[in-house]
Ligand binder design. Structure first.
Ligand code: ADP
Ligand code: ASP
Ligand code: MG
Length: 410
């Protein structure tokens, strides 16, 4: 079981979480619970580390200390939940990431889990103990604390489930995965089931209900994941949530399953770029070397011969770095002007049915055109189409596409 930040936001909510855990324990299940920090806590801790500043020249990077600070929010909630469970007469104890241990690589701030030896945890569960584990935290092989990147508790939960050979229930502030973010479209519908592949696209395209890496892990280890609400009391209302599972387990066939959006985009445009065979290759190598991930790419002929215009998108946090790299290489790349636009967002439709149906793109462009929304760039895969638009139209576009594919009726 995993409980997110809103579910752990204060003692009253932690008590409700404890009641949900207790009901499962009374049903005779062996339980490991993964918890997030209280809502807002991680942001606060990140701000503290920003305030402390980076290491002085010549000293090691302070990213490892960033993790010590930022990972502490989960230590508090796991201790509190264990205390509340004990006060209810249950046998519970907390296990910090390093105690489990949840072993990760040393990419501080965005570490990846490498191994979770299950022996100690399994023995505790076999002994009738409820294990409460802080999400988001890990430890390197040389005993330094790491964190898994924002939203990483989902990944901790799936990884612990995989290590124990158990299914994973993710309790959050919505009662499942919806056709789109219910905060933006009140007509969004809960999906009873969604395939790993679709969920992976939805997550990586901005639906933050599950961290992308957690879905990758679930898919790789075939962990059945259920997303459900932590706001219903055990046994109270029906709380079936959404099952994330193999495509074959889903009977009802939809062409489009959901609409996702991301405001975390920046558009970089280079005008009057040298139009020869090597330019694009050197440009994208420079970005790759600096670890800047490029998403959409559009190239067009400029009005002047031998010149091209190029537009590409990067994560907003990488925009500054991308610009710096481009400017430094201006002579080599030969462009005349560089523009950056952060007022953009990416809206995507996702569905495995796209593989076998035509006209999905046409419906998308028509729905956007009808609302007067201009498309600035497009990218596609077998099961998704994404468009880049003016950020001011994000909600309008999400609602228009949700209606265009009839998603309020699924
Ligand atoms: P937690 O704190 O439990 O990890 P998050 O805030 O990370 O919760 O994720 C849950 C939120 O994800 C919901 O409140 C909802 O606004 C958002 N969300 C975005 N897209 C979707 C979607 N397709 N289905 C459900 N929730 C979504
Ligand atoms: N507390 C961490 C964050 O806010 C991890 C999580 O909640 O999943 O990113
Ligand atoms: Mg989350």
């Amino acid at each position: 079981m995993k409980f997110g930040g809103t579910s752990m936001a204060d003692l009253e909510r932690i008590r409700r979480v404890a009641r949900i855990v207790a009901a499962e324990a009374e049903a005779g299940k062996r339980i490991a619970v993964v918890v997030s920090a209280m809502a807002g806590k991680t942001n606060e801790l990140v701000a503290w580390t920003d305030g402390a500043g980076r290491s002085a020249q010549g000293l090691p990077e302070s990213d490892d200390e960033y993790d010590v600070v930022v990972g502490s929010g989960e230590q508090v909630t796991s201790g509190l939940l264990a205390m509340v469970l004990r006060n209810m007469g249950l046998n519970a104890r907390s296990w910090m990431g390093w105690q489990v241990p949840i072993i990760t690589d040393d990419a501080h701030g965005k570490a990846r889990i490498e191994d979770i030896p299950p022996e100690r945890l399994s023995a505790a569960l076999d002994g009738g103990e409820i294990a409460v584990i802080p999400g988001f935290q890990g430890v390197t092989r040389d005993q330094r604390i790491t964190t898994l990147g924002r939203g990483g508790s989902d990944t901790s939960a799936v990884a612990v489930a995989a290590a124990l050979g158990a299914p994973c229930d993710i309790y959050t502030d919505v009662d499942g995965v919806y056709t789109t973010d219910p905060r933006i479209e009140s007509k969004a519908k809960r999906l009873a089931k969604i395939s790993y592949e679709e969920m992976l696209e939805m997550a990586s395209l901005g639906a933050k209900v599950l961290q992308t890496r957690s879905v990758e892990l679930a898919m790789a280890h075939k962990v059945p994941v259920r997303v459900l609400s932590s706001f219903t009391e055990p046994g109270e209302a029906e709380n079936q949530g959404t099952l994330v599972c193999d495509e074959e387990e889903i009977v009802e066939k939809r062409i489009v399953s959901g609409v996702a959006y991301s405001r975390d985009e920046a558009k970089v445009t280079l005008l009057g770029l040298k139009d020869d065979a090597g330019t694009l290759s050197s440009l994208f190598s420079m970005l790759a070397e600096a670890n800047v991930n490029v998403d959409m790419i559009v190239q067009g002929q400029a009005r002047v011969a031998d010149q091209a215009n190029l537009t590409f998108t990067v994560g907003r946090r990488d925009a500054g770095r991308a610009v710096e790299i481009m400017n430094r290489a201006q002579a080599e790349l030969g462009f005349e002007e560089l523009r950056v636009d952060e007022d953009v967002s990416k809206v995507s439709v996702v569905g495995v049915g796209m593989r076998s149906h035509v006209g999905v793109a046409q419906s998308m462009f028509k729905a956007l055109a009808d609302k007067g929304i201009k498309v600035q760039a497009v990218s596609t895969s077998e099961i998704k189409i994404s468009v880049l638009i003016d950020a001011a139209y994000t909600e309008l576009a999400v609602r228009a596409l949700h209606a265009a594919y009839g998603l309020e009726q699924v």
